[in-house]
Design a protein around this ligand. Structure first.
Ligand SMILES: C[S@@+](CC[C@H](N)C(=O)[O-])C[C@H]1O[C@@H](n2cnc3c(N)ncnc32)[C@H](O)[C@@H]1O
Length: 278
């Protein structure tokens, strides 16, 4: 950035150009980052467009991180999800909008069945457990993760929303360390095949442990199904990949299930399932 690109308007023009290759909406993202840098809302940018940007070098650094494909949420340390904002950082999956569908399905079951005790496998930022606990004040959740950073970040989000009494975090492979009686298990586990080509903003920044489910991709999903069944837990609800319906349908055929119901995301892709065990 040269000396003359110092006002909000000039800085935004510069940033938009920088972000053209890496972002679908360069103007919008340039504005979001400037609003974050100034700790103001986007309307402020319009009403103060000839003001000088304080510490313009710091804004430039934010733009350059985004230009290098770092996700916006890691840069600002926050992701919006469902009706809340969650703290995120590298090492934790950025919660995705499609996971909101899984939450709504699980919420329906909890409500209809009057469930009070569930577990989540792979808590990440806490997205699923936090939203469910906020919906049902009587609900107790045991939320596991195999990695330390998600457990740390989830703990911060649980504290922010005052849910320490409802959500207990546990370091565990799947539900190995959970021996309590449970009504339901919910999970958005890693389900991507190891050799699947992902975009740079995902594969270069988001944790591999949150993305890849094995060589084929559905290995952890299958293990979760077996573990939940072995524990005589009535319901399992999981997110999955768009191409995993057939193999998972075949897999549960030989298990004693009352039903497996698949659901789609808003783009019409198969995205997950609910199993009721017999
Ligand atoms: C796709 S992320 C989901 C995070 C969060 N639940 C969400 O929906 O945004 C999967 C999470 O599962 C965790 N994980 C991976 N393998 C696991 C295992 N064997 N047992 C428990 N957690 C695991 C990862 O560390 C990661 O946090």
């Amino acid at each position: 950035m040269t000396l003359k690109e110092r006002t909000l308007r000039e800085s935004l023009l510069w940033a938009k150009k920088k972000l053209e290759k890496s972002c679908e909406r360069p103007q919008y993202e340039a504005e979001l980052l400037l609003a974050y840098h100034l700790q103001k809302d986007r309307m402020y940018l319009i009403t103060h467009d000839s003001d000088e940007v304080p510490n313009v070098e710091a804004y430039k650094k934010l733009v350059e991180r985004r230009e290098a494909n770092e996700p916006y949420e890691y840069i600002v340390g926050e992701a919006s999800f469902y009706d809340i904002h969650l703290q995120v950082e590298e090492g934790v999956l950025i919660p995705r909008p499609e996971t909101e569908i899984l939450i709504d399905l699980v919420a329906d079951i909890i409500e209809k069945e009057g469930f009070t005790k569930i577990a989540e496998i792979g808590v990440g930022s806490g997205a699923i457990s936090v939203v469910l606990a906020r919906k049902f004040s009587h609900l107790k959740v045991i939320a596991t993760d195999i990695c330390d950073t998600p457990l740390k970040v989830a703990a911060q989000n649980i504290k922010t929303f005052g849910l320490e009494e409802q959500i207990e975090l546990r370091k565990s492979n799947l539900i190995d360390e959970v021996s309590e009686d449970l009504d339901l298990v919910v999970s958005n586990p890693p389900y991507i095949a190891e050799d699947f080509l992902l975009e740079s903003n995902v594969v270069d920044y988001e944790p591999k442990e949150a993305l890849f489910g094995g060589r084929v991709g559905d290995e952890l999903l299958k293990q979760i199904i077996l573990d939940v069944k072995a524990r005589n837990i009535k319901y399992l609800a999981c997110e999955m990949g768009y191409d995993q319906k057939e193999p998972l349908e075949a897999f549960v055929k030989d298990l004693a299930v009352e039903y497996i119901k698949f659901y789609k995301d808003l783009a019409g892709f198969d995205r997950g399932f609910v199993i009721k065990f017999m």
